[in-house]
Design a protein around this ligand. Sequence first.
Ligand code: IMP
Length: 201
Amino acid sequence: MKRLIFATNNRHKVEEVCAALQGSVEVVSLAEAGLEGEIPETSDTLQGNAQQKAQWVWQRIRDAHTIGGPDSYDGCFADDTGLEVDALGGAPGVYSARYAGEHCSFDDNINKLLAALQGESNRKADFRTVICLIEDSKEYYFEGRVDGQILTERHGDEGFGYDPIFMPDRFAVSFAEMPLTVKNKISHRGRAVEALKKHLL
Ligand code: IMP
């Protein structure tokens, strides 16, 4: 089974991706690989950010003997996600993490988005994820997308980020009201991970 480092410090993402890849790939978190530090994320595209994060880890897989050297891992991957809101011309998009400012919380972002959409009847939005996988210095990209609506208030406690205010099409509940197994089947990240899985098998 391949061993891949997942370039994220977000424990929710690790949980989702590990569940989706269970049995087919061994996913090693940054903490488990002994990698610390702020991963750069300065591109203005999802693909660029996913690439930047994956390259940050790939360089360390090659160079840092402290984590076991190149033979210990088959590669690494990173994801970048954006929430694209129709009525806001696709914002916050690639800036979704810092929508309410540097070092803001999930709650700050939700509050800002709900305020921006107050009184707006067009609630259409989508989540898009791009995954960059690096194996043998080669880069591969996988995408996933889900369409839905931004709710007018929070619903549910599961998940993370914008989950409490995003209701995917053909569902009557938010992502934060779904078990992880259901979210993974239909979500942006779940779909991108499915494409990654097909490539790896
Ligand atoms: P990033 O991929 O970590 O840069 O995520 C961008 C922003 O979207 C962050 O604020 C995340 O919390 C949020 N986000 C990413 N994935 C999800 C998701 O699956 N549900 C809800 N919010 C998400």
